[in-house]
Structures are given as C-alpha cells and as structure tokens.
Design a protein around this ligand. Structure first.
Ligand code: SF4
Length: 345
C-alpha cells in the first residue's frame, strides 16, 4: 500500500451516524459564519450583497456572512432552510456551509470522513450510518472531486516519537475498540485533566476566555458555560453564574425527532472517538497533548451535563450532546489552541 496520503477510497468510521434534519444550530452566531474566500464572497454577493459583512477581529478584514438581530444567518429562511440553497442550489453556498459538520482528511489509508459533534443532527435522534453515498455531496469540490482539508502521512505520538500511519492505526484501533465496547472515555484516555501549564495556570486562562468572549453572541454564552464549569472543576465551592442557552431550541427539535435515547457514556465516547479519528490535532499537537486536552474538555463537558440534568431536567443523552457542543466550540477556537500550546506533558 502506498504511504502517500490520498482521498480514495472513502473511509467512514464504523458506527458514525449523521443526517441533516435542519435542526437549525449551525446557521447561527454559535460560530463565525466565515471567513469566505474571494470566490465564495462573490457567489454570495450574486445572491444578495447585503448578506456579506466583514470580520474586523483579526489583523486583516475577512468577508463573513451577516448575522441577523436574532443571531441567525442573513440567508436563513423562517422554516430554517438556507435561502441560498433554496434559490440557487447547494454549490452556490460557501464551502463551510455545504460541508459542515462533515470533513475529509487524506491519509495513506484513503480519505477519512470526519464529523463535528456540535450539531444535534450528528448527536441525537434516529440518524443513518454514514457511508460514501450520503457524504459525497458534502466532501466534493465544485468539480465533483473529493477535497481534503488536510493530509496526514505520519503521526507524532510525543515530541520525540513519530510513527508511520500503519503504526498509528494500531494505536488508534485499540482506543476506538475500547470506546465502541462501552468503556468509559475517561479510562480510555487514561490521563488526568487540567495538566500543568507553562508560565500560567488554569484559573488565569479561564478568566482570559471569559474576558475575551463575552460579546452577546451565542458563542460568547457557550464560552461562559465552559468557563464557569471549568472554574467549578477547579474549585468545588465555586458558585455557577450561567447565562441563557440560545441554542436550546435546536436540541429540543432534535429530541422531538424519533430515536431511541442514548446513554450519556455512548454520546461522550462517540465524540472522543471522532476527535481522535479526525486527525485535525496533527496540525499543531502531539497525541500525548491531545489526551490531556481531551480529558480536560471531557471533564468540563461532564460538569456541564450534570448541571443540565439537575437544573434543566435534560435527558442524559441531550445533556451530554449539549455539553459536547459547548466544549467543542471552545476547543475549535484560538483561545483553546493558545492554552493547549502551554500544556506541559
Ligand atoms: S448561507 Fe445558508 S447554509 Fe450557510 S449559514 Fe447561511 S443559511 Fe446556513
């Protein structure tokens, strides 16, 4: 078998389930709706130029989709369908809209299909198993060819140990097998959360997230849920001060669909399995760091889920799914990458 990364054959993680039911979370200010490439911005402007705005948060202004006052995308229709998709078809939408929550990573094994879990259509209710047929329209480019977000050839287990992809697959198969068999994800990761940080500490870092993220957006509220439960994990006496949950209606809709309840252990294990399987962490971290950062976010997610069950009477699988949304959102942010860069292993 060639050791070069490739996108064929398409490889799906056994047991991964997803179908878009339009639960309506991803088209909101739960995350930045962008940035758009020049071509994507041009396509959006062809539909309605007032749907574009510019994110002035970074060094350079980047075009993004405009968010309406209710927190939804400018193009979101009242029935939660995408206005661009409805009037011009899926290829007119920005790529991240067409792909989310699905992704593709080129490996020597083939093109691995990945899924994000901050989407109730991924985590709750009856969902079909993923296969090549039902993901293809999300992972191809405008010419119909599978397009990978990253290429992975070798994997760094630690700073000093890099292994071939076949060697990595043996390590990974053991972890995924244990998660699939129902073993608690905390045991499978096998490390303690909240590791030591270089020249910093967790309280300082959580305070910094809270100071930077509170902007009235759904993301800001989710970040505060994360920070408050992180503080509670560090100090059992910490009194939680929690904002509203603008995302709750999307989870209500997911729960209203048919589907057997899942155990919270299963929901958490499925998420950890996809975090490992996605290989997105190979961009900037080694696997020993991944284990401790995942253990930390899992610990916070479990605390969030406990609050949702106790104070909001949420069903265990819904509480776990909502908690994962919170910790995945923060985990995808530069705030979290900056903290992870300080982890001492
Ligand atoms: S353009 Fe369409 S798919 Fe993308 S965020 Fe807006 S409504 Fe959702």
């Amino acid at each position: 078998m060639s050791s070069e990364p490739r996108v064929r054959p398409i490889v799906v993680r056994p047991g991964a389930r997803y179908q878009c039911f339009g639960d309506g979370l991803c088209c909101t200010d739960i995350h930045i709706l962008g940035p758009l490439s020049k071509r994507e911005a041009k396509r959006v402007a062809q539909v309605d130029p007032s749907g574009l705005t510019y994110d002035d948060d970074g060094d350079e202004e980047q075009p993004v989709l405009r968010v309406a006052t209710d927190g939804g995308c400018h193009f979101l229709l009242p029935d939660r369908r995408c206005g661009i998709h409805a009037s011009h078809g899926p290829m007119q939408k920005p790529d991240f809209c067409r792909r989310f929550p699905v992704g593709l990573v080129a490996t020597p094994q083939g093109g691995r299909v990945t899924t994000e879990h901050r989407c109730p259509c991924r985590t709750l209710g009856d969902r079909p198993l993923l296969d090549e047929d039902n993901v293809m329209s999300s992972i191809v480019d405008r010419q119909g060819r599978p397009k990978a977000e990253r290429r992975v050839k070798r994997v760094a287990l630690t700073k000093k140990t890099k292994v071939s992809f076949d060697e990595w697959r043996a390590v990974e198969a053991d972890l995924l097998g244990r998660l699939a068999s129902g073993e608690d994800a905390r045991n499978v990761l096998g490390v303690r959360p909240f590791p030591e940080l270089k020249k910093s500490d967790w309280a300082t870092e959580l305070d910094a997230i809270a100071a930077e993220c509170l902007d009235g957006s759904s993301f800001g509220f989710a970040a505060l849920w994360f920070v408050e439960h992180g503080r509670r994990r560090l100090d059992r006496e910490h009194r939680l001060r929690l904002p509203v949950r603008p995302w709750a209606a999307a989870f209500d809709r997911a729960l209203a669909r048919d589907g057997e309840p899942r155990t919270d252990v299963d929901v958490f294990s499925d998420w950890i399995a996809d975090e490992i399987w996605s290989l997105k962490w190979t961009d900037d971290r080694t696997f020993d760091v991944v284990c401790v950062e995942l253990a930390t976010r899992l610990s916070i997610a479990r605390a969030v889920a406990r609050t949702l069950r106790a104070d909001h009477a949420c069903r265990p699988d819904r509480a776990a799914a909502e908690a994962i949304m919170v910790v995945e959102l923060v985990g995808e942010s530069t705030y979290w990458s900056d903290i992870v860069a300080k982890i001492r292993v």
